[in-house]
Write a protein that binds this ligand. Structure first.
Ligand SMILES: [Zn+2]
Length: 107
């Protein structure tokens, strides 16, 4: 996947404000590392600007468009996968949990 292909892909997306399709000239690549792309869009119709975070896998025509912020997406893409220990922790927590969520969040 190169910049040109990613821009092509973005021209299939509509402006969230006015619904107009983006054109290649409206789209800028902000950041790209492996499958992670941050793409700026600027609608020439209504002027709305946005930042799209996309995970685009080679050989896949279906990018993951997310509403995570770029910071969140970067953080999650670097986070360790959920492990069996994590699942066990939740399991042990739920075993002793009385259903009182309020008490959990009181500080
Ligand atoms: Zn627009």
């Amino acid at each position: 996947m190169d910049d040109h292909q990613v821009k092509d892909l973005m021209t299939t997306i509509n402006c969230t404000e006015c619904g107009r399709r983006y054109e290649a000239g409206d789209i800028g690549i902000v950041y790209h590392q492996q499958e992670l792309w941050f793409i700026s869009v600027s609608c020439r119709n209504c002027g709305a600007r946005g930042l799209v975070a996309a995970l685009i896998k080679e050989g896949s025509n279906a990018p993951v468009i997310t509403d995570l912020t770029p910071e969140e997406l970067a953080r999650f893409s670097e986070a360790a996968p959920v492990s069996a220990d994590d699942v066990l922790d939740v399991h042990l927590f739920l075993e002793g949990f009385d259903g009182n969520f309020g008490a959990q969040f009181e500080s």
